[in-house]
Design a protein around this ligand. Structure first.
Ligand SMILES: [Fe+2]
Length: 335
């Protein structure tokens, strides 16, 4: 009798345990994030609190995470891929690993900010810009196109970061827009014109302030970080002429994996990232462009619609051949 009761009690406990594991398991969302922990952790915490869904994040380099997903295929534990670059999303999308997103999510962002076939959506925007020294470059001298940077007047005055992923994404977009040959010619002409190499974007801004160079090709948010600490920081930035390849607008974006066992929670997360609250965080704290209209961009940023008008007309999905870009940079002896 005692034994039976004990067994019954035991069985109930075990049942309860399994049920709990089931609930916890179903409510844990695994994300592969190519965005850095320091940038996205606060927003992920907010989502967990709001939704009651537990999130597990594998942080890594965007390109490497895309490669991991391609290797893991349907066995991947990831429900979502949050990437720093459209090229990586395109690579995963090309292997038909993403679930098509519902219209209700897709229509939240402008068409230039989402995959044409609906497999991923931007969560924020980042633009390539022309940074310059206002002390050494007059407004009327500012080059109108990246193709002007090879002129003799800019000899030894331009800084770039050829090993940087954002620069390489820009080169990939250039190959798509003007072709392999013209891109190679531009790279070689830039090198011949004494373009100075920097390891990443921040040193380009510092070199501009220090007088080492007069023009630079970084992403837009680096200078804004300097300006937020010192509004008199002696560097400015602008865009090239409308539609110039140098005005590439890249995105950070997200896709839901077809193999996810937790699609409902995954979609809730995507919806949260496109909420006014999360969007305000990306622009106010990270200085990125919001992906939705109706969110006030940081005071030093253009409205999204103006930015998209300046950007070259270009399908972000066609930016998936990073290997070809690295090969080209080696061939042109830039890397
Ligand atoms: Fe960056």
């Amino acid at each position: 009798m005692f034994n039976n009761r004990f067994n019954l009690f035991n069985c109930s406990l075990i049942l309860l345990l399994f049920t709990l594991i089931g609930i916890v398991h179903a409510e844990t969302l695994t994300i592969y994030s190519g965005r850095s922990k320091s940038l996205v952790e606060p927003i992920i915490k907010q989502f967990e609190e709001k939704s009651g869904i537990q999130v597990e994040v594998s942080y890594g380099n965007t390109t490497q995470l895309a490669a991991a997903l391609l290797t893991e295929g349907a066995k991947s534990p990831a429900s979502l891929f949050w990437a720093q670059d459209a090229g990586a999303l395109g690579a995963v999308s090309k292997k038909a690993m993403f679930e098509k997103l519902p219209e209700s999510i897709l229509t939240k962002v402008p068409s230039g900010f989402r995959d044409a076939d609906g497999f991923w959506v931007a969560t924020s925007g980042r633009a390539r810009v022309l940074a310059y020294s206002p002390e050494r470059v007059k407004m009327e001298e500012l080059p109108q196109s990246i193709f002007d940077l090879t002129q003799p007047m800019w000899k030894g005055r331009v800084g770039w970061a050829p090993t940087n992923a954002s620069f390489q994404a820009f080169v990939t977009s250039l190959r798509v827009q003007v072709g392999e040959e013209r891109t190679e010619e531009w790279l070689r002409d830039m090198k011949a014109n004494g373009a100075k190499k920097y390891a990443k974007n921040t040193p380009i801004i510092e070199a501009l302030a220090a007088g080492e160079i007069d023009l630079g090709l970084p992403n837009h948010y680096y200078l804004l970080r300097f300006k937020s600490k010192d509004s008199n920081f002696p560097v400015e930035q602008t865009f090239f002429q409308t539609s110039d390849s140098g005005n590439l607008v890249n995105i950070a974006g997200v896709g839901v994996l077809k193999s996810s066992k937790n699609k409902e929670a995954a979609l809730k997360f995507v919806e949260f990232l496109l909420s006014a609250k999360a969007q305000q965080y990306f622009t106010s704290d990270v200085f990125e462009y919001p992906a939705i209209e109706g969110v006030t961009p940081h005071a030093n940023l253009l409205p999204l619609s103006e930015l998209l008008q300046l950007a070259p007309t270009f399908n972000l999905n066609s930016m998936d051949d990073l290997d070809g870009t690295v090969e080209l940079l080696r061939r042109a002896e830039i890397l």
